[in-house]
Write a protein that binds this ligand. Structure first.
Ligand code: C5P
Length: 136
């Protein structure tokens, strides 16, 4: 029996505009076209914070400062647990290396993505907390 592996996603917020960064997936087919908090799998021996910095460097070409975790953890298939960490960009402008597109959303935009079923299913759990955070 091995421990569940972690997938870490970034709740990347721009404090100046109070917007959250969403990224549109290209694969796999079940979620292609849907939008997520960008991130990826934590490697063996790597902290979740370091993994998020690495993933966002690879996927978005930005450097981030990583903060605290959102409250919800999500059990994915295949023995994977998904968590989200707050993050702020400290260098660079995000450009999509692996994603189809990127979008900065405010509370209205995030609410619309959620309402229209455009978020990857697992990430929908964070919407209430993110709406509070962006709006508060
Ligand atoms: O991005 P990657 O393919 O490495 O993600 C690993 C798993 O975590 C996939 O099953 C993906 O759908 C899921 N995931 C998710 N929400 C995210 C990031 C990844 O459900 N924000």
């Amino acid at each position: 029996m091995t421990d569940a592996r972690l997938v870490v996603a970034g709740a990347v917020v721009d404090p100046a505009t109070r917007r959250l960064l969403l990224a549109q997936r290209r694969y796999p087919p079940e979620v292609a076209g849907l939008w997520e908090l960008p991130g990826g799998k934590v490697e063996a021996g790597e902290s979740p914070e370091a993994a998020l910095r690495r993933e966002l460097r690879e996927e978005l070409d930005v450097e981030v400062r990583v903060g605290s975790a959102l409250a919800e953890r999500v059990a994915l298939r295949d023995d994977l647990t998904l968590i989200a960490l707050r993050a702020q960009i400290v260098a660079g402008t995000p450009r999509p290396a692996d994603h189809e597109a990127l979008r900065w959303v405010d509370t209205v935009g995030l609410g619309e993505f959620a309402r229209d079923g455009l978020l990857v299913p697992a990430d929908a759990v964070w919407v209430p907390e993110l709406l509070t955070e962006l709006g508060g």
